[in-house]
Design a protein around this ligand. Sequence first.
Ligand code: FAD
Length: 392
Amino acid sequence: STPPAAQHPLALFGVEELLTDDEREIRDTVRAFVADRVRPQLAEWYEAGHVPARELAVELGKLGVLGMHLTGYGCAGTNAVSYGLACAELEAADSGLRSLVSVQGSLAMYAIHAFGSEAQKQRWLPELAAGRAIGCFGLTEPDFGSNPGGMRTRARRDGDDWVLSGSKMWITNGTVADVAVVWARTDDGVRGFLVPAGTPGFTATEITRKLSLRASVTAELAFDDVRLPAEAMLPDARGLRAPLSCLDEARFGIVFGATGAARDCLETTIAWAVDRQAFDRPVAGFQLTQQKLVDMTLELGKATLLALHLGRRKDAGSLRSEQISLGKLNNVREALTIARECRTILAAAGITLDFSPLRHANNLESVLTYEGTSEVHTLVLGQALTGVPAFR
Ligand code: FAD
């Protein structure tokens, strides 16, 4: 008798039925773009440690994914679940691609959309949505990552102008950005500034020799008495809460994105294991392999359902910050475990760029760390559970 047809891991969970027609269409459009325009060149970009960010941004703009969950100013105005599904498709290709889109839409554009003046919105959002301009978001500093409240970058008043000095570290899109959203300490607390590329005293230097997120631009930004007009400040961003709210937006994309990376690992590995023979039988036919595949499928399915649950809450306006921590911590951690486990099934074949799991695993090391480390999200949840903060 013929064995029953194999099912996709997520089909086992019936995830498809939880999406609307519009959501499925957006997901499928992004999936087709990634298959056509990104996947064929990905290994090359990763190996070279170089990604054609400008060309990609224009294509992503045409696709409509840049700031897609924002409304007005040329943004698509989709629901949060659709944005999440797009992030999953982008990250199924590579976390670097999703990072480009997250930083552009959820950090730079969101900051301008939420806290900018009308003139700032008009000036930047349509260009950023179209991908004709690229944005970056500078919060982390060489000595302050998990604790951005310690930042040393300062903006002081000089007449009507501001003078910005300090540095930012690990800034995605830094050297390709046309505008940097920079957070700095002022006499009035932490404020945000829009610093166009080319402003005298502002330099961006690419960070090289990365073993993770090689298909993404990462940079150090330096501000040497950068003079900015009064209008450079984001008028409605007051205190650290403003940049932290941007991070919540980007983390939401990661909750979905990580499931995309994990799904790609599992799809790749199942296809390979069915084909590959050892001891005269398919590797997929060994019970030890099946145990790994089943355990990974359980975690992928649970992570996907969690992402969808949080997405529905976001669309209902009831998503809380600590719930985003829950999703980020769980989904990135499980995606990383899945990527590594898939590599063990692929064995030697898994160590080159011919297969995605080790590339995803290396990328997910960064994803585990940025947008709040797994330790910091654990502390957020520890505090939520006990009411006792354990940060210091
Ligand atoms: P540290 O804060 O020095 O932490 C070191 C270790 O101590 C970690 O394990 C941490 O979890 C742990 N730790 C710290 N505090 C505590 C505590 N209270 N309790 C327990 N453990 C603790 N930043 C931006 O602003 N913009 C970007 O675009 C951006 N892009 C990035 C891209 C990449 C590829 C990477 C790797 C990072 C990026 N970051 C960006 C920076 C990122 O957000 C920081 O790296 C992150 O916040 C951690 O900071 P840190 O590396 O300085 O580690």
